[in-house]
Design a protein around this ligand. Structure first.
Ligand code: SF4
Length: 229
């Protein structure tokens, strides 16, 4: 990891979201900030001396790790919502149906129970690629592996209570974790909703209440009981 200052990176991320006391949260601008932070993270990873990314086995069509609980902030959820709203109605209906089915199966499950189900993410297409790749969650961006088989084995063995170490790009993992914390805390400091939600449940809810999304970010009023049904 060299001597990269993750604490400073988190503080700088938080500051990107803090508003002057009199300003109203400008959601489109917050989405631009999120996008810029993700691009900056990619540049930092590409330039970092530790870890050769050409050794990573992650590639389009590999969906080995897309069976876990994914946590996202409401701002990431709004970014995904905007992306999905540009799809044609047939594709969007298919995704809504997959989200409904998956949510009925995973709502209320903890991380281990979710993994036990081995149910694939609702955003995988028929080729095993991520439909929302350009706006995929920070959590998903943090994960990598040098060995597909080891990755699959690790998921299986975790189900049986064993652990299999998987070599990951550690700087990438730590940087995106820090970015997630910085975004969440930055939103909190700006008086916005910085809580995390389950990807499937939140996006499903936002798709059925698209006009409420910005208000929810400003008021932090979204409750578990609204997402659950
Ligand atoms: S959002 Fe994309 S990368 Fe993340 S778990 Fe779902 S399919 Fe995989």
């Amino acid at each position: 990891m060299g001597n990269f200052d993750f604490a400073q990176f988190q503080l700088e991320t938080e500051k990107r979201f803090v508003l002057p006391a009199t300003a109203e949260a400008d959601v489109p601008q917050l989405l631009v900030e999120l996008d810029a932070l993700q691009s900056a993270a990619e540049t930092l990873i590409a330039k970092h001396p530790d870890g050769d990314r050409s050794l990573l086995a992650c590639a389009p069509g590999c969906q080995s790790c897309c069976v876990v609980n994914v946590s996202i902030t409401l701002l990431e959820g709004i970014s995904i919502l905007r992306f999905l709203q540009q799809l044609n109605s047939a594709d969007l209906e298919r995704i809504v149906s997959r989200l409904d089915n998956l949510w009925r199966a995973v709502r209320g499950l903890d991380d281990e129970e979710r993994l036990m189900l081995r149910r694939k993410c609702a955003f995988l297409d028929d080729q095993g690629c991520c439909i929302i790749y350009p706006v995929r969650p920070l959590f998903c961006r943090s994960i990598s592996s040098t060995d597909v088989e080891l990755c699959r084995a690790a998921v299986t063995e975790q189900v049986f209570g064993e652990t299999q170490p998987v070599m990951m790009h550690q700087f990438q993992l730590q940087l995106y974790k820090t970015l997630f914390l910085g975004v969440a805390e930055g939103l909190n400091r700006a008086g916005l909703d910085g809580r995390s939600f389950q990807l499937c449940g939140l996006v499903r809810y936002l798709l059925s209440h698209p006009d409420k999304s910005e208000e929810l970010l400003r008021t932090s009023s979204l409750s578990w009981s609204e997402i659950y049904p």
